[in-house]
Each structure stands twice: as C-alpha cells, then as structure tokens.
Write a protein that binds this ligand. Sequence first.
Ligand code: SF4
Length: 213
Amino acid sequence: GQSVHAARFMMGRMLARESKFKGDIVISVPDSGNTAATGFAYESGIPFCEGLIKNRYIGRTFIQPTQKKRDTAVRLKLNAIAEAVRGKSVIMVDDSIVRGTTSGKIVKMLRKAGAKEVHMCISSPPIGYPCYYGIDTSVRKELIAATKSVEEIRQFIGADSLHFLSLEGLKASMTTANPEEMCYACFNNAYPIEMSKETVTGADKYVFEQRAK
Ligand code: SF4
C-alpha cells in the first residue's frame, strides 16, 4: 500500500528535519541512499550533488563472503568525485549501516578527496538485531549497532557527526500504508513471529533454513 520510492523520499525529508544538519552539499551512497538523499535535499534546501560514482559491474559488498573480499569490493565499487566534494562540508545519506566497515571506508575516501567535513545521515534506525525472515543482513555479533552506541559508531566510521532516523520518523514516512502493520524487528527486537529459544540464545539467523533441510 505504499510506494517504496515515496517512503524513501519521505525518510530523507524526515532525516533533514530530525538531524537539522547543515552543510554545503548533500550526496548519496549510490544506489541505496539515492532517494532519501534527494528527499533530504528537498526538505533542507541544500543542493544535491553526485559525490560518489558507482562502478555498476561489481556486486553488493556486504554479501561478499569474507571481510577481505568485501574490502576489495568497496575499493573497486565506489569512487569519490574530488571536484564535487573538495573543501565542502558534505552531508552523506545512506539507507542503513550494517557492519559499519563500508561506511568507514567511504568517509575516508571522501576526506582523501578533499571533503572538509563529512556528516553521515542514515534513513533507518540502527540495526541491532538480525532478520530471520529472509533479508541477508548479518548475524547479531557482526551488527555494529548490536554492541556500539551511536557515538561509538560515529567514532568507528570517522564521521564528524552521525544521525539515524528515529523509529517514529520511519513510521511517519509512511503516508499511505499503515505503519502499525509493519515489521521493525531488526530495529526494536519485537519479532512479529515468536522466536524460539534456540534462535534467540544462539543468535542463529539461519535457524529457519536449517530446520527446512
Ligand atoms: S524489518 Fe523485519 S523483515 Fe524487514 S529486515 Fe528487519 S527483521 Fe527483517
């Protein structure tokens, strides 16, 4: 009942309202942050710029099986555009932080390209719990928000500031669907289907797949 595009755009607008971040330009982490970044720019009046270019021939990094492969994939996948970010206070928008390693590399990349400040804005609340319903996020121990506070995550990724969309802001971004009918378990640990003890204590996100074998 809700267009994903419209919801993402509203999430970007809510991010601008909540974070009150000021900067010279808004950029997105392509492609995951694109729509929210345009919503942020629309709401704040800060111009949207292409600050990162994506190599479209490389797969998604967090799906790569090892950290080493993920590191290489990030380097091959994204490039900062120095002409766009040099000397600028940059507001960078993405849709989520899973492990935090990719975000950290992108912040470094932007600084190397000459960005004066990097403020990171995430269009979801922190992901502190695994998804058991099919979204390939991570097991709990690998989720950065499972063990770190927002300030600790900011330090880890090396951004000047960091804001996550609140759960209320996420719900308010749904204008034509009923937000009370949605799952938010990876943000608030309220799984709509009861989790078995083995799942919760073992933090084993593959429990359903293993049972099906
Ligand atoms: S909101 Fe629910 S279904 Fe969606 S990724 Fe999170 S836990 Fe999985």
